[in-house]
Design a protein around this ligand. Sequence first.
Ligand code: 9L3
Ligand code: MG
Length: 157
Amino acid sequence: WLCGRVSACLAAVRELVSEWAPRPVVVGTALVEDGMLLAQQRRYPAHHAGSWELPGGRVEPGEGEPEAVVRECREELATEVVPLGRVGTDIPLSAGSGMSLRVWRARLAAGARPPVPVEHRALRWIELSQLVGLEWLEADRLLLDSLRRIMVAESGK
Ligand code: 9L3
Ligand code: MG
């Protein structure tokens, strides 16, 4: 009887700890130049193909978030960016994945090459008026208000 109680108790503790554990982070990059935001169109997986997203991907073990932003932009856009700070709030990604999307504002590094779509179908510099009409991934769409604010701030410079 005691063994049963102890193992039930351990199971409950294990469940609590896994809920408290930080969710693995996927970084997104809000690259804004001249008041325009860079969006990229996914090619895979099938249920994401054709939708638009901010460039980025999973933070690797031992990697900082700004480092992950720089690495993902090298891999996906073949360019150099400078992370500037967080944008908006964490967005939980699709149920079951246990990951969160965390977006960083960035600019192109001095002398950086223009971004190109290395593994995506297309890239597009989006103006404010085009922001809402784009077919964004669900998670990215939740950040449109925050993105609009930084585009407005940047276009005033
Ligand atoms: N995701 C959503 N919005 C984004 C990014 C970069 C990623 N702006 C989601 C799509 C995938 C997961 O995060 O389910 C991992 O991203 P990736 O490694 O496939 O880019
Ligand atoms: Mg990616």
